[in-house]
Write a protein that binds this ligand. Structure first.
Ligand SMILES: *Cc1c(COP(=O)(O)O)cnc(C)c1O
Length: 347
C-alpha cells in the first residue's frame, strides 16, 4: 500500500543529489574549525540571510537554545509568544539549563505578538523585584498558527521598537524560507529585521539533519561556546553540511510547489463534510483544520486514515495538521483528498 505522509515536512528524505554530495564531502574535524564542508555551508548560510556569521547545529531546538543563551545572561528575560515553538515544544531548555526567564505574551491568530503586549511585558530595570528584559523572539512562518507568514511591516515595527529599547530580536525562522517564498521576497528582506535567526535545513529544504543559527560575529562566537557546552560540537560534520549546501542551493525555490499543494489540499478539504478550515490562514506548506463532527474525534480520524495509508497529525485543541513537502506531489494530494472524502462521507 502506498503511504502518503503529511504529518510534517521533517519526514522528507534526502534527494539523490544530497546523497551524492554526502558521499563526496571533503571532511575534517569541525571542533578544530577544520571541516571544509561545514565552513562552506556556514559561509553560504550567513551570506544567504545577510548576517556576518553562521553556525551549524544538529537541530532547530539547539539553534534556538544557543541563541537565547547567547543573547541573555542568567536572570534575564526573553519576551516570547505564548503559541511559539520555543515556548511549547523545546522543553523550556533556555530556562531549565540556562536560567533565562521566558515571558509569554498573547499570540494573535496571524502569528504576531501585538506591540502593546510586548510593551506591557517589559520589565522595569530599576525595580529589584523584576527580571531584566533582554530579548524579543518572533516566529516566521508561525508553526502553531498554521504556517502563517508575518508581514514585513510587522517585522520592521518590532525591530525598530526593540532597537529603541536596546533589546535584541531573535527569529525562530525554522521555515523562514517558506515565509520568503510566500511573500515573494528575498529572505534578507525578513532577516534584516532581526539580530539573529535560526532556520532548519531538515524541514522543507529536505536535508536529513541540521539547522543554522546566524547573527553577528561576536554573537556566533558566544553561541559556539554554548553549543559545545550542550554537546553540539560535532566532528566530521561535513557529512551533514554537504546535504545542507544542496538544501540551500537547490531546495529553496521549489518550496513554492509545496505551497501550491497545500492550497490544493486546503481547498479540497473545505468542500468535505465535517471539516472546518480557514483558507485565509493557509499561506505556506501547513494546513490546519478542525473537525466539525459528532462522529469523529481527531485521534480516531487519524487512526482510520492511517489504516488507509494517509498520515496526518493531531496537534491538540481539536486541530489536525497536514504539511506538504518535497516527497509529496499533486497526485498525492488528490489521493489524500479521495481517502478523506471516502472516510468522511460514508460516516
Ligand atoms: C521544527 C521547529 C523547530 C525545531 O526544530 P528541530 O530541528 O525539530 O529541533 C523550532 N521552531 C519551529 C517554528 C519549528 O517548526
Amino acid at each position: 500500500m502506498r503511504r502518503i505522509d503529511l504529518r510534517s515536512d521533517t519526514v522528507t528524505l534526502p534527494s539523490d543529489t544530497m546523497r551524492a554530495a554526502i558521499v563526496q564531502a571533503e571532511l575534517g574535524d569541525d571542533v578544530y574549525g577544520e571541516d571544509p564542508t561545514v565552513n562552506r555551508l556556514e559561509a553560504l548560510a550567513a551570506a544567504r540571510v545577510g548576517k556576518e556569521a553562521a553556525m551549524l547545529v544538529p537541530s532547530g531546538t539547539m539553534g534556538n537554545f544557543c541563541a537565547l543563551l547567547a543573547h541573555c545572561n542568567r536572570g534575564e528575560e526573553a519576551i516570547i509568544g505564548d503559541q511559539s515553538h520555543i515556548y511549547h515544544y523545546e522543553a523550556s531548555g533556555a530556562s531549565v539549563l540556562g536560567g533565562v526567564a521566558l515571558h509569554p505574551v498573547t499570540t494573535e491568530p496571524i502569528g504576531e505578538l501585538p506591540l502593546q503586549a510586548i510593551q506591557e511585558a517589559i520589565r522595569d530595570p530599576y525595580d529589584s523585584h523584576e527580571a531584566l528584559t533582554r530579548l524579543i523572539c518572533l516566529e516566521n512562518t508561525h508553526n502553531r498558527c498554521g504556517g502563517v507568514v508575518l508581514s514585513l511591516d510587522y517585522m520592521r515595527t518590532i525591530h525598530a521598537f526593540a532597537r529603541s529599547q536596546d533589546f535584541a530580536v531573535h527569529l525562530d525562522g525554522a521555515r523562514v524560507f517558506n515565509a520568503a517564498v510566500a511573500l515573494g521576497v528575498d529572505v534578507q528582506e525578513i532577516t534584516r529585521h532581526v539580530d539573529s535567526v535560526m532556520f532548519c535545513l531538515s524541514k522543507g529544504l529536505a536535508a536529513p539533519v541540521g539547522s543554522i543559527l546566524a547573527g553577528d560575529t561576536a554573537f556566533i562566537k558566544c553561541a559556539r561556546r554554548i553549543r559545545k557546552m550542550v554537546g553540539g560540537g560535532m566532528r566530521q560534520a561535513g557529512i551533514i553540511a554537504a546535504a545542507g549546501i544542496v538544501a540551500l542551493e537547490e531546495m529553496v525555490d521549489r518550496l513554492a510547489e509545496d505551497h501550491t499543494h497545500a492550497r490544493m489540499l486546503a481547498e479540497g478539504l473545505s468542500t468535505l463534510p465535517g471539516i472546518a478550515i480557514d483558507l485565509a490562514k493557509v499561506q505556506s506548506d501547513i494546513v490546519i483544520f478542525k473537525l466539525d463532527s459528532e462522529v469523529w474525534t481527531p485521534i480516531r480520524l487519524t487512526e482510520v486514515l492511517a489504516e488507509q495509508g494517509l498520515l496526518i497529525g493531531e496537534i491538540g485543541r481539536g486541530y489536525l495538521r497536514a504539511v506538504t513537502h518535497h516527497n509529496i506531489d499533486a497526485n498525492d494530494i488528490e489521493e489524500a483528498l479521495e481517502v478523506m472524502r471516502s472516510v468522511l462521507v460514508q460516516n
